[in-house]
Write a protein that binds this ligand. Structure first.
Ligand code: ADP
Length: 190
């Protein structure tokens, strides 16, 4: 199995590009954000906990998302690999992912990091808010908290994966098709 980590700040276009990547490379898409929103919609205990945190722009506890990921790995088959979108988002999550994969003598294949400048994050998320109506996209204050959370908690993963020789960054500016082609050029190498 291949395990790709799709990385990048909120609004970088991970969800959009993930759709193209799973089709071309026969991968199963796991978006922790989407899984959490499903729990919220179902009104589960986990959903109620997640709702309060997500609407403030904070992360949910590491153990929660780690459990969701392991569950997906166990229950999905018939694909070439997995595309992890929005996970790992903290160093402990990255270490947990390595531990989970080590149980079956596997490891992360590569990261694909979609990079855009901070100014563009706000602009793109505000555009998405009009289309998708996500609660955490509605206020500038919450978006700012997410940008700070990204810099403090998620950005250290760049060094983590660079040290392992697994960090690959592409320019996330330009049209959806331009970014897609840059990603495909990179993915064709793995
Ligand atoms: P975006 O990348 O645009 O912020 P996501 O859909 O990936 O959107 O995530 C939405 C929210 O869900 C995050 O702000 C966070 O609160 C929560 N979340 C998603 N993935 C994780 C994760 N791996 N760890 C902790 N919280 C997460």
């Amino acid at each position: 199995m291949k395990y790709y980590v799709l990385f990048g700040p909120p609004g970088a276009g991970k969800g959009t590009q993930a759709k193209e990547m799973v089709e071309k490379y026969n991968l199963h898409h796991i978006s922790t954000g989407a899984l959490l929103r499903k729990e919220i919609a179902a009104g589960s205990e986990l959903g109620i906990l997640a709702k309060g945190l997500i609407e403030k722009g904070c992360l949910v506890p590491d153990e929660v998302v780690e459990g969701m990921i392991e569950n997906e790995f166990r229950t999905v088959s018939g694909v070439e690999g997995f595309l992890l979108d929005g996970f790992p988002r903290t160093l402990p999550q990255a270490e947990a992912l390595d531990r989970i994969l080590a149980k079956t003598s596997e490891e992360v294949t590569a990261t694909v990091s979609i990079m855009i400048p901070d100014e563009m994050i706000m602009e793109r998320i505000k555009g998405r808010a009009l289309k998708e109506g996500r609660a955490d996209d509605a206020s500038e204050e919450v978006i700012n908290t997410r940008i700070v959370t990204y810099h403090n908690q998620t950005e250290p993963l760049i060094e983590y994966y660079t040290d392992k020789g697994k960090y690959n960054e592409i320019d996330g500016t330009g049209t959806i098709e331009e970014v897609r082609d840059r990603i495909f050029d990179l993915m064709d190498k793995f």
